[in-house]
Ligand binder design. Structure first.
Ligand SMILES: NC(=O)c1ccc[n+]([C@@H]2O[C@H](COP(=O)([O-])OP(=O)(O)OC[C@H]3O[C@@H](n4cnc5c(N)ncnc54)[C@H](O)[C@@H]3O)[C@@H](O)[C@H]2O)c1
Length: 67
C-alpha cells in the first residue's frame, strides 16, 4: 500500500482534495500534516476523520524540512 503526504490538508484545497483522493484511491494511505493555523480546521475534514486510510498529524510549531 502506498502512502502520500499532504501538508495543509485542513485548509481549503487540502480538505477538498483529501476526501476526493481517499474515495478514488482505496489502496493508498494519506498522512495529513497540518499546523492548524487560523486557516485550518478539523471541521473541514469531518466527513473523513475516521477513515481507516487517513492519518492526521498536527504540528505544534513551524519546522523546516530541507530536501
Ligand atoms: N471559499 C473559497 O473559495 C476559498 C476559501 C479559502 C481559500 N480559498 C483560496 O484557496 C487558496 C488557498 O488554499 P490553501 O488550501 O492553499 O490554503 P489555506 O490557507 O486554506 O490552508 C492552509 C492550510 O495549511 C496549514 N498550514 C499553514 N502553515 C503550515 C505549516 N507550516 N505546516 C503545515 N501546515 C500548515 C493551515 O493550518 C491550513 O490548514 C487561495 O487561492 C484562496 O484564495 C478559497
Amino acid at each position: 500500500m502506498q502512502t502520500i503526504l499532504i501538508t495543509g490538508g485542513a485548509g481549503f484545497i487540502g480538505s477538498n482534495f483529501i476526501p476526493y483522493f481517499l474515495e478514488n484511491n482505496s489502496d493508498c494511505k494519506v498522512v495529513n500534516l497540518d499546523l492548524l493555523t487560523y486557516a485550518g480546521s478539523l471541521d473541514n475534514l469531518s466527513d473523513v476523520e475516521n477513515h481507516p486510510n487517513l492519518i492526521m498529524q498536527f504540528l505544534e510549531s513551524i519546522f523546516m524540512i530541507i530536501l
